[in-house]
Design a protein around this ligand. Structure first.
Ligand SMILES: Cc1cc2nc3c(=O)[nH]c(=O)nc-3n(C[C@H](O)[C@H](O)[C@H](O)COP(=O)(O)OP(=O)(O)OC[C@H]3O[C@@H](n4cnc5c(N)ncnc54)[C@H](O)[C@@H]3O)c2cc1C
Length: 581
C-alpha cells in the first residue's frame, strides 16, 4: 500500500544553513531510491541529496535559494510500499582532513639534501605534482632515474605513439583519397628520418618539462631512488654515488613497466615491447602483435600504415576488452580488411627464434599452423613499480599486485607519504596521474582537495578512434544499473560523409528517472577529442535537454552527441524514427 513520507536532509556533517541551488525533481516525478533530489552548495562543497525511498514526488517543500540543514524536509514522497523508512545515505562530501603531519626529521647528518616535498619519478604524475607543490610555495626535489624528464608518457608512451599515429593517419588518408579522384602514389618512407622526427617531438617535450622545473626552482636529482626510512630517500646515481634526501612529505610517482610472458626469447631483438616498437627499428614485412588492447592496436595501426602485414592475436573473445562491443565493431571491421589476420581467443604458446624470423605457435580453435614473423610486439599490459622503491623501509604498504593503495587524498598508509599515477591502480592513464598529482600536492599544502572526478575517460587512438566515459553498457548490465540508450549513426552526419568515414557512431546513456547523462561512447575519427564534451556534461550533471539544446557548429562531428541526445528526446530530424506507440 502506498504511504506518504517526508524525505529529509540527512546528516551532512558540519554543514548548516546550506543553500539549495538546484531542484532536480518536480511534483509527479517518479524517483528511484538514491536518485538525487536537490543540489546544495556551501562555501566548501557542492552535494546532491539522494532520496531515501523510491516513489512519486507529491509536494516539494524547498525552493532554490532556501537554506537547509540536517532534518529539513525536502519533499513529500508517495512510496511504492508501506516499507519502513530507510536511513538516508549521507551525501557525498569531499574529505576535509587536516594536512598530514610531516615526517619526523631525520637525525642530523643522515641527509645530504633536504626538501619539504620529494617526488619520486618524473612522469606526468611526478612532474605535475612537483610543479604544483612548488607553485604552492613548497621546496621541492624531483628524483628521476633517467636523464630525460617526462616518464613513460612523454618518452615512450602517449607522445611518441601519437606522433607516429599522426603520420599513419596522413598515409591512410592519402591512400583513401584515391576514391575521390586524387592519387598521390605509394608513400616512400624514410624510416631514419621518421624516427628522427618522432625523437624531435619527444625531445621538445622533455626539454620543455626541464625548463618548467628550472623556472619553478624545482631541484632535479638523477638516479634510482629507494626509501631508507620514512623520512629519507636514498638516490643512487649511475656513477654509484648515493645522495640521501630528507623530506617532510614524499609523493611516490614511480609508474609502471611493461608486463612479460614467461618463456619468450627476450634476448632476441626481434621480440619488442612497446618501447622497442616506438624506436621504429625498421618496417618489418610481417609483424605479429601479441595483445589486442589499446597499446597493441595503436602500434598495429602505425606499422600497418607504414607497410607491414600485421597479425593481431588476443586471448579474449574480442579486441579492447572492457569497452562496449558496439564501439569496437567498426574498428574490427576496418582492420579485418587491412590486416593479415586477427586471431581472437588465441594464445601464443611458443615463440622460437629462427634465422628467418620468430616462429609463433598458436593455441585455440581454428588457429593457423606455426607462422614466422620478422618482428613480434608483445603488448600484454603493464605492471606497477610498487615493489621497486624500497617501500618497506618507509612502512608503505604494497599490495599483492604491486600497487600502492591510497585514499581519496592520494595518501598511503603512512600519512606524510603520498602516491599517484600508474603505481596506485587502474586505469593506467596519464590524465588520471596528473589529476591525482594536483590532489596530492594540494593536500600537502593544506588545501581541502580529494580525487572526486566522476569519470576518467578512455581513448584508443586507433583508426577509427574509440572513446568512452562514465557508465558502459557492459558495466551497467554487470551492476544491474537501469539506463536509457540513444545512438546516432555517423552515416547520418554530413561531416562524417564529407570525410568519407561513415562507419562511426555516438551513443549516450541516460538515467531513466532524472534524464541525466550516465555515460557515452564514440567510435570514429577524432572520437578521442569529441568525448571531452561528454566528460564535462557528466561532471556538470547535464541531462538530455542540456546536450540536445546546446548549439553545436555544423557541419562537425561534434554535432553527433547533440543528435544522440535528440534521439533520446525524440526530437531528432536528421534521422527518421517512427513515432513510439
Ligand atoms: C605505448 C604507450 C602509449 C600510451 N598512450 C597513452 C595515451 O595515449 N594516453 C594516456 O593517458 N596514457 C597513455 N599511456 C599510459 C601513460 O604513459 C601512463 O599512464 C603514464 O605515463 C603514467 O604516469 P606516471 O607519472 O604514473 O608514471 P610514468 O610515466 O611511468 O613515470 C614514472 C617515472 O618514474 C621513474 N622511476 C621509476 N622508479 C624510479 C626510481 N626508483 N627512482 C627514480 N625514478 C624512478 C621512471 O623512470 C619514470 O620516468 C601509454 C603508455 C604506453 C606504454
Amino acid at each position: 500500500m502506498a504511504q506518504l513520507i517526508e524525505v529529509k536532509v540527512p546528516d551532512i556533517g558540519d554543514f548548516k544553513d546550506v543553500d539549495v541551488i538546484e531542484l532536480l525533481v518536480k511534483p509527479g516525478d517518479r524517483v528511484t531510491k538514491e536518485a538525487s533530489l536537490i543540489t546544495l552548495e556551501s562555501d566548501k562543497a557542492t552535494m546532491e541529496i539522494p532520496s531515501s525511498d523510491a516513489g512519486v514526488v507529491r509536494d516539494l517543500r524547498v525552493k532554490v535559494g532556501d537554506k537547509v540543514s540536517a532534518g529539513s524536509v525536502i519533499l513529500m514522497l508517495e512510496t511504492d510500499a508501506a516499507a519502513p523508512q530507510a536511513t538516508p545515505r549521507p551525501p557525498h562530501v569531499p574529505e576535509e582532513r587536516k594536512p598530514a603531519p610531516a615526517a619526523a626529521q631525520p637525525q642530523a647528518g643522515a641527509a645530504d639534501l633536504r626538501a619539504e616535498v620529494v617526488v619520486l619519478g618524473s612522469g606526468p604524475g611526478g612532474y605535475t605534482a612537483a610543479f604544483r607543490a612548488a607553485d604552492l610555495g613548497k621546496s621541492v626535489i624531483l628524483v628521476e632515474r633517467y636523464p630525460n624528464l617526462g616518464g613513460v608518457c612523454t618518452n615512450v608512451g602517449c607522445i611518441p605513439s601519437k606522433a607516429l599515429l599522426h603520420v599513419a593517419r596522413v598515409v591512410t588518408e592519402a591512400e583513401e583519397t584515391r576514391e575521390a579522384g586524387v592519387a598521390f602514389g605509394d608513400p616512400s618512407i624514410d624510416v631514419a628520418k621518421l624516427r628522427a622526427w618522432k625523437e624531435d617531438v619527444v625531445g621538445k617535450g622533455t626539454k620543455g618539462i626541464a625548463g618548467l622545473a628550472r623556472q619553478r626552482k624545482v631541484t632535479v636529482v638523477e638516479g634510482v631512488g629507494k626509501f631508507e626510512s620514512p623520512a629519507v630517500l636514498a638516490v643512487k646515481a649511475k656513477n654509484g654515488k648515493t645522495t640521501r634526501i630528507g623530506f617532510d612529505y614524499c609523493i611516490i610517482a614511480a609508474g609502471s613497466s611493461v608486463a612479460r610472458i614467461p618463456g619468450f626469447p627476450y634476448e632476441d631483438p626481434r621480440l619488442m615491447n612497446s618501447t622497442g616498437a616506438l624506436e621504429l627499428p625498421d618496417v618489418p614485412k610481417r609483424l605479429l602483435v601479441i595483445g589486442g588492447g589499446i597499446i597493441g592496436l595503436e602500434m598495429a595501426c602505425v606499422y600497418d600504415a607504414l607497410g607491414s602485414k600485421v597479425t593481431v592475436v588476443e586471448l579474449m573473445d574480442g579486441l579492447i576488452p572492457g569497452a562496449d562491443r558496439d564501439l569496437i565493431r567498426p574498428l574490427e571491421r576496418r582492420i579485418q580488411k587491412r590486416y593479415e589476420a586477427i586471431l581472437l581467443k588465441t594464445k601464443v604458446a611458443k615463440l622460437e627464434p629462427q634465422a628467418a624470423g620468430l616462429q609463433a605457435t598458436f593455441e585455440g580453435d581454428g588457429v593457423p599452423t606455426p607462422q614466422t614473423y620478422d618482428r613480434v610486439l608483445l603488448a600484454v599490459g603493464r605492471r606497477p613499480n610498487g615493489r621497486e622503491v624500497g617501500a618497506e623501509a618507509a612502512g608503505v604498504k604494497v599490495n599483492e599486485r604491486g600497487f600502492i593503495p591510497v585514499d581519496r587524498q592520494c595518501r598511503t598508509n603512512v600519512s606524510h607519504i603520498f602516491a599517484i599515477g600508474d603505481i596506485v591502480g587502474e586505469p593506467m592513464l596519464a590524465h588520471k596521474a596528473t589529476h591525482e598529482a594536483k590532489v596530492a600536492a594540494e593536500v600537502i599544502a593544506g588545501h581541502k582537495a580529494a580525487f572526486d572526478a566522476r569519470t576518467i575517460p578512455s581513448v584508443a587512438y586507433t583508426d577509427p578512434e574509440v572513446a568512452w566515459m562514465g557508465l558502459t553498457e557492459l558495466d551497467a548490465s554487470r551492476l544491474g544499473i537501469a539506463y536509457q540508450k540513444a545512438s546516432f549513426p555517423w552515416a547520418a552526419s554530413g561531416r562524417a560523409r564529407s570525410i568519407g568515414r561513415t562507419e562511426g557512431s555516438t551513443k549516450l546513456l541516460f538515467d531513466p528517472a532524472s534524464k541525466r547523462i550516465l555515460g557515452a561512447g564514440m567510435v570514429g575519427p577524432n572520437a578521442g577529442e569529441l568525448i571531452a564534451e561528454m566528460v564535462l556534461a557528466l561532471e556538470m550533471g547535464s541531462d538530455m535537454e542540456d546536450i540536445a539544446l546546446t548549439i553545436h557548429p555544423h557541419p562537425t562531428l561534434s554535432e553527433t552527441p547533440g543528435f544522440a541526445a535528440e534521439v533520446a528526446l525524440g526530437s531528432i530530424t536528421d534521422l527518421y524514427l517512427p513515432p513510439k506507440k
